[in-house]
Write a new protein. Sequence first.
Length: 163
Amino acid sequence: MVRICDNKVIKKEIYYIPILNHTLKVQGQWENGFLVRIKLDFAGEPEDWASSALAHRLGEILEGKLNRSSIPFKAKGTAFQKKVWDATCRIPFGGLMSYSEMASEVGCGSPRAVGQALKSNPLPIIIPCHRVVGKNGNLVGFSCGLEIKALLLRFEANRKNCR
């Protein structure tokens, strides 16, 4: 679907990415040629498995084979949110960092503030906020749901062990 709003060309597309024994439904929103928002959900059986170039690239980002800069994107947020998102992007593939560690990393005394910044992440997968976990590795907080967070972490752990 393509529409023009406030002189912006807005395009919404749906992609499917097979991951472990599941399929992720990825809803992407584009503005003027830049990916600005991603929503993740579990898909039932997609009717059309025609693979798109973007779905392929997102899959390669998930596999740690491709850099996020291979997709033109713009993440809109406050200066603090962008600082947290940039730090999140430095967590290595298959790695984890706690909200407390992330707060220290960005010079903030509040893990909750970090959690709120990550909750506002418009581009999960590209900004891999699933790699930020609670103390002792507890799975907490993920805008796409804890089941998807667990799936992404399990997928990265499996891929990392296969390298």
